[in-house]
Ligand binder design. Structure first.
Ligand code: ZN
Length: 451
């Protein structure tokens, strides 16, 4: 518990209980027990001054409550605090602690990620069962191609559950093939048939083969007009949310923009498992699969990670783990999706150690602001072929070389005042450092002033 001006930190019994522990006070001491495991977490003694204190030892406060709110904001892809609160309120997600909305909710990466505010109201879903109505939209081209050359993504949303699926495409024309494969997958998972498909009148949705296929499978078509995209509001809103959150995640982690597709995939997984829509108390995942989703294994996108090397032919002194970048979650298992920097490709692995602290905020650069237009939905962006066809690690190097007109972090050493080894001290770093301190008081304050 942090009390402004107090030199010793106090422990809050109510907060310890909120964290799933039980605190027992006896005449000669006290103890804290984990309710899940039944194990004793820490024991304390009662002093002659009638204070209960924990002996000095290995126990230390590593995470303040304020840090925890922000940690989960980042783990859940910079989703808004109000959305996290809704998931907490209905206890709709396993592994999510009871997060409160902090006093100041301004997040730099979220500000960078924001494009335009959507004014489409979130209306009650009109469908009464799965696949009665499916929304779809294509987004792109992106400024950077994915390592596999994709520039577009297509979204499919089941109106009843608001479950969302994402597909990547090199060309818009692949929308039809994507629809056919998602139709097979969705109908197989739900045991229902798609009754109606709603989209805009983009060329990718109005080809003869698309019309013929829908006619053959008795799928009604609904179209929004170009001037009133709000008729396609459900998917338009999702489209913007995916872009905004993906941009914020890339910005926060300083992950190269070429991984935008992985960020977008991760956002869809996060939203399906945590985003409760109006007039619902369940997540899309639960409405679709009938089970409560878990976010226990979720980690911050773009974190440094170590992927265990299971190759049996490894030499005695060869590394047992490869370094990588965490890029989300495998859609079909509990495995993580990582970019293995040694192999230069994306791999799925369960044996991953994630270092979320290796995620330092970067300086504001002019290029970041330009990234705001990453996903223009109509313009025909001409790509720099030389740059976009390079392997991810080469692109990383190219991005690092871009000169900045802002203050550089590497000053000439002769210009540094004071000790060169000392870190830069700002008011924020001091405040953050103080929130990690947890000392125990050995004197009983007699009044508020003393405390
Ligand atoms: Zn944020």
């Amino acid at each position: 518990m942090y009390v402004d001006g107090l030199k010793h930190n106090l422990l809050s019994v109510s907060q310890m209980c909120d964290q799933g522990t039980e605190v027992i006070f006896r005449s000669n001491g006290c103890s804290v027990h984990d309710l899940d495991t039944g194990k004793t977490v820490i024991k304390g003694i009662r002093t002659p001054n009638n204070l209960y204190i924990f002996k000095e030892g290995k126990h230390q406060c590593y995470l303040s409550k304020n840090d925890e709110h922000w940690l989960w904001h980042k783990i859940l892809g910079h989703i808004s605090f109000s959305r996290i609160r809704r998931a907490c309120k209905y206890q709709a997600v396993c592994g999510l602690p009871n997060i409160r909305i902090p006093g100041n909710t301004i997040c730099k990466s979220c500000q960078f990620g924001k494009k335009t505010k959507t004014n489409f109201p979130e209306k009650e879903g009109s469908a009464s069962r799965a696949l009665e109505l499916v929304h779809t939209d294509v987004c792109g081209p992106s400024r950077k191609r994915s390592p596999r050359g994709e520039e577009y993504f297509i979204l499919f949303i089941d109106d009843f559950s608001k479950m969302c699926w994402i597909g990547l495409m090199k060309h818009k024309d692949e929308a039809f093939e994507n629809f056919k494969s998602f139709k097979a997958l969705l109908e197989n998972e739900s045991d229902h048939k798609i009754k109606c498909l709603r989209s805009d009148r983009g060329g990718e949705f109005t080809s003869n083969e698309f019309f013929n296929f829908c006619e053959e499978h008795v799928i009604r078509r609904e179209f929004s007009t170009a001037r009133t995209p709000q008729q396609n509001g459900v998917v338009e809103r999702m489209n913007r949310t995916v872009q905004q959150m993906a941009r914020a995640m890339l910005d926060e982690s300083r992950t190269p923009a070429t991984f935008w597709c992985e960020a977008a995939f991760a956002v869809v997984v996060i939203l399906n498992k945590t985003n409760i829509h109006v007039n619902s108390t369940q997540t899309p995942h639960e409405l679709w699969y009938g089970e409560t989703p878990s976010v226990k294994h979720f980690k911050i996108f773009g974190s440094k990670c170590y992927i265990k090397n299971n190759d049996e032919n490894l030499g005695k002194f060869e590394h047992r783990a490869d370094e990588g970048i965490l890029l989300g979650y495998s859609p079909h298992s509990k495995a993580y999706k990582c970019y293995n920097t040694s192999l230069g490709r994306i791999v799925d692995s369960i044996d991953v150690v994630v270092d979320e602290k290796e995620n330092t905020p970067r300086q504001v650069r002019s290029e970041d602001l330009e990234d705001d237009e990453d996903y223009p939905s109509t313009s025909n962006h001409i790509h720099d072929e030389e740059e976009t066809h390079k392997a991810p690690e080469e692109q990383i190097r190219i991005e690092e070389k871009i000169p900045s007109r802002y203050v550089q972090k590497n000053h000439p050493k002769s210009q540094i005042f004071g000790q060169k080894e000392a870190c830069i001290q700002t008011r924020r770093t001091i405040a953050e450092a103080s929130s990690y301190l947890a000392l125990l008081s050995s004197t009983k304050p007699q009044n508020v002033r003393e405390a």
